[in-house]
Ligand binder design. Structure first.
Ligand code: 9MG
Length: 272
């Protein structure tokens, strides 16, 4: 029986990003070789990550999906090498991939579709007792940045997340194992992303821990003056993570774990 997610991941916890993909914008290809991915995951743990998020399918804007066989081919060697040593989250929307990852010791399923992508995933999560992250996305990765539109981004994201919590609980997933994520950069403009963090209290009010992933995202590069940026700097990422923590985020998803852990440790001490 797992502890409630807020006990397992106290505020602030850092989730390290390990993309086993050839084509992510932020770290495209650096961990595509399984031995590089394993080394990166171990380094992140040593630097203070509470968990590492291993993914075999890019969700960057414009990305095409990959099939379950290819996703498994990418992540399974990494999960096998980390099993038992490093706490792992599996970044997938596919039931088959999640199921294999959970057999290999993953404890959290990070689903950017919030259980809308694969009708079998909710049951896999419910039966395993794993933690799950339900993320908001408008559209799908291939087209989501074309023209994101909201009347009020925060209330629409909040309503969506409330509905997905009800769906997950109805599917047998214990509410205490669910965390939520506004989906920074997933069908949102620069201003939508900043407004979501500015008004994060309206999302924490749903009653579940909130994950924020601003790390290296293009909104940060655009904020700093490059209108066609596809990534953001480490310093800007850390600044956004600290702001998100201050507004109530529990888990910060980040590529540069040491810098995030140091900054969040200082922020926590100052704000305590
Ligand atoms: C897979 N992935 C990429 N960005 C993400 C984010 O901001 N949150 C979560 N939960 N997953 C993400």
């Amino acid at each position: 029986m797992r502890a409630p997610i807020e006990t397992r991941f106290p505020r602030p916890s850092v989730m390290g990003v390990v993309n086993v993909t050839p084509d992510s914008f932020s770290d495209g290809g650096v961990n595509f070789d399984p031995s590089d991915a394993v080394a990166a995951a171990r380094r992140m743990l040593a630097e203070g990550a509470a968990i590492v998020d291993v993914g075999g399918e890019s969700t960057r804007p414009g990305a095409d999906g990959v099939g379950a066989d290819e996703e498994l081919r990418r992540v399974v060697p990494v999960l096998e090498a980390l099993a038992g040593d490093v706490p792992v989250s599996i970044d997938t929307s596919k039931a088959r991939v999640a199921s294999r990852a959970l057999e290999l010791g993953a404890e959290l399923v990070n689903d950017v579709t919030a259980l809308r992508g694969d009708g079998a995933l909710a049951e896999v999560v419910a039966e395993s007792g794993a933690y799950v992250c339900l993320m908001h996305m408008q559209g799908e990765p291939r087209t989501m940045q074309a023209e994101p539109r909201y009347d009020d981004v925060v209330s629409e994201v909040r309503s969506f997340l409330e509905e997905r919590v009800r769906f997950a609980v109805d599917a047998g997933i214990a509410e205490e194992r669910i965390c939520l994520d506004p989906g920074i950069g997933f069908g949102k403009t620069v201003e939508h992303n900043f407004e979501l963090v500015r008004r994060l209290g309206e999302l924490t009010a749903v009653g579940r821990p909130v994950v924020v992933g601003f790390s290296r995202k293009s909104s940060l590069g655009r904020l700093l003056g490059d209108p066609s940026a596809t990534t953001g700097s480490v310093a800007a990422s850390v600044g956004a993570a600290v702001a998100a923590y201050q507004r109530g985020a529990t888990i910060l998803r980040a590529h540069d774990v040491r810098e995030h852990v140091e900054a969040l440790t200082a922020a926590r001490a100052v704000l305590a």
